[in-house]
Write a protein that binds this ligand. Structure first.
Ligand code: FES
Ligand code: FES
Length: 157
């Protein structure tokens, strides 16, 4: 039997009926159409499905949609504001930190989460902060460079 959930995603309230076993990642993509959250391994290894849940970085393939009831989510679509890229998105473009883009939304949220908590992160800390996110094509150098550069913007906030 479907269950009613209420969840705030990128500042907007959604009220939806979901199957109790529906994964949060599929809820975001299929029920409310936020396809920026990617699904890769579905076992918590690749990080493509990373989102912020009540401000904490989580892998949405490891959660059920019903577990998000009453909570607040930020997906990659919530980073940009008023049609303008977030500085971390601009840094990824500048550093060519993506190729196919499959890992990109997860990388952006992992980098954003890290810098929000620790804007003065060292390169080693950045690499550790992104360790839960795999990239099959770009390699990590450009991604780390992008996160390192944009850290200055987070220090100003
Ligand atoms: S799809 Fe969630 S970690 Fe890979
Ligand atoms: S850019 Fe293709 S997986 Fe990272």
């Amino acid at each position: 039997m479907k269950q009613l959930i209420q969840v705030k995603v990128n500042g907007q309230m959604y009220e939806e009926e979901v199957e109790p076993r529906m994964l949060l990642s599929f809820f975001l993509r299929e029920d409310i159409g936020l396809t920026g959250t990617h699904v890769g391994c579905v076992v918590g290894e690749c990080g493509a499905c990373s989102i912020l849940l009540d401000g904490r970085l989580v892998k949405s393939c490891l959660l059920l949609a019903v577990q998000a009831h009453g909570r607040e989510i930020t997906t990659v679509e919530g980073l940009a504001s008023e049609g303008a890229f977030h500085p971390i998105q601009e840094a990824f473009v500048k550093h060519y930190a993506l190729q196919c883009g499959y890992c990109t939304s997860g990388m952006l949220l992992a980098g954003h989460y890290l810098l929000t908590r620790k804007p003065d992160s060292s390169e080693e800390e950045i690499r550790r902060g992104l360790a839960g996110n795999l990239c099959m094509c770009t390699g990590y150098t450009q991604i780390v460079d992008a996160v390192k550069e944009v850290a200055r913007e987070y220090k100003k906030e």
